[in-house]
Design a protein around this ligand. Structure first.
Ligand code: GLU
Length: 306
C-alpha cells in the first residue's frame, strides 16, 4: 500500500469512532469545537505528502507548542536549561501542583505545564512578551514553510481568563526562584503559544526536522543539532502524552506530543513526520481517535522505534 492509501484506510477505520472522547471544556473557546472532526497528514523526509479527512482545517495546537519552544530554548541555552527543568517522566497529571512542591520548584520535564512555563521564561529573559510571541510564531511559520500561521486571539484570551491553575504553577515557580520574568509576562507568552492555530499538514511539515536529525530535509536548514533532535524525540516518547506516555509507547511506538486541542505530532525517525487531529480526548487528555489512528498507522506502515 502506498502512503495515500494507508491514510485513506486509517481515515475509513476511524469513522465508527468519530465523536468519541470529551473536548477540553476547561478552556471555553475549545469547548465549542465539534468533536467529530478527524484529520491526518504526513510528510516524509523525501518530501512525499499524504493526507486524509480534515487535514486542512486549523486547530489549536496547545501543548504541541511545548516541543517547539523547547527546541528554541535548547538552541539558546544548551545543556544549562537542564538545571531548571528535569527530563524524567512525570507519572502525574500535566498540571500537577503537588509534584512541583515536592520537587522544590524544578519541574519534572519540559512537556508538562510547569516545565513549559520555565522554558518560556528561559526564552523571555525579561524581554517584551509581544516580541517573543512574534518570534515563536515566526519560527512556526519557518518550520511549516507557511507565513499564514498565526495565534488565535480568542483562544489565548479565553485561557488568560480561566488559566488559574497555570497562574498557580507560575507563581509557585516564581516563589522557588525558577521563574525570572514577571508571572503575567510568562503566562501571556505561554497562552499565546498554546493558541497557535495550525492544520495537520502544517504541523506535520513543522515537525519534519525531528525526523531528520535536526535538519529540515527539504530546504537543508539547520534547526537543531542531531543530539538535541534525538533528545527531543526521547522526551516525546517518555513525556509527550502526559501520564499515558508509557501506554502510547506500548501501542504506537513512535515519539509524539499531544495537546488538549486534540492534535498529536508523531515522529518516525528517518522516515516521516505525522500530524493527526480529533478534538475528543481520552481521560489522560490525549486525542482518543487521534491515538487510535496513530496505532493503526504504525501497524499498517510497520513504523516503530522499537
Ligand atoms: N494551554 C493548555 C493548558 O495549559 C495546554 C494543555 C495541553 O495541551 O496539555 O492548560
Amino acid at each position: 500500500m502506498d502512503l495515500t492509501d494507508i491514510l485513506a484506510t486509517v481515515h475509513r477505520d476511524m469513522q465508527a469512532h468519530l465523536g468519541r472522547g470529551r473536548v477540553a471544556d476547561y478552556i471555553p473557546a475549545l469547548a465549542r469545537v465539534d468533536p467529530k472532526h478527524f484529520g491526518i497528514a504526513l510528510i516524509t523526509c523525501h518530501g512525499q505528502h499524504a493526507a486524509a479527512g480534515d487535514s486542512a482545517i486549523p486547530f489549536s495546537i496547545q501543548s504541541v507548542s511545548k516541543l517547539f519552544t523547547l527546541t528554541l530554548a535548547l538552541e539558546k541555552h544548551g545543556g544549562k536549561l537542564w538545571k531548571r527543568v528535569g527530563h524524567e517522566s512525570s507519572g502525574s497529571s500535566f498540571n500537577s501542583i503537588v509534584q512541583l512542591e515536592q520537587e522544590q520548584g524544578i519541574p519534572r520535564n519540559p512537556l508538562i505545564n510547569a516545565g513549559a512555563l520555565v522554558v518560556t521564561d528561559a526564552l523571555l529573559e525579561s524581554g517584551a512578551p509581544a516580541n517573543l510571541i512574534t518570534h515563536i510564531t515566526a519560527f512556526m511559520q519557518q518550520l511549516a514553510d507557511d507565513p499564514s500561521i498565526s495565534v488565535d486571539p480568542e483562544v489565548a484570551t479565553s485561557e488568560g481568563e480561566t488559566g488559574f491553575r497555570n497562574a498557580s504553577l507560575a507563581n509557585f515557580l516564581r516563589a522557588y526562584n525558577n521563574l525570572h520574568s514577571p508571572v503575567a509576562d510568562v503566562l501571556q507568552v505561554y497562552f499565546n503559544q498554546c493558541a497557535l492555530r495550525m492544520n495537520c499538514r502544517q504541523l506535520a511539515r513543522a515537525g519534519l526536522f525531528l525526523a531528520n536529525a535536526g535538519i529540515d530535509p527539504l530546504n537543508h536548514t539547520h534547526i537543531t543539532t542531531p543530539m538535541r533532535a534525538r533528545r527531543l524525540n526521547a522526551l516525546m516518547m517518555t513525556c509527550g502524552h502526559y501520564d499515558a506516555s508509557g501506554d502510547v509507547a506500548f501501542r504506537v511506538g513512535l515519539p509524539g506530543k499531544s495537546g488538549v486541542g486534540g492534535g498529536i505530532l508523531a515522529i518516525a525517525p528517518g522516515r516521516a513526520s505525522i500530524a493527526v487531529w480529533s478534538p475528543g480526548l481520552n481521560p489522560a487528555g490525549n486525542s482518543l481517535v487521534g491515538q487510535m489512528a496513530l496505532e493503526r498507522l504504525a501497524a499498517l506502515t510497520g513504523w516503530s522505534v522499537f
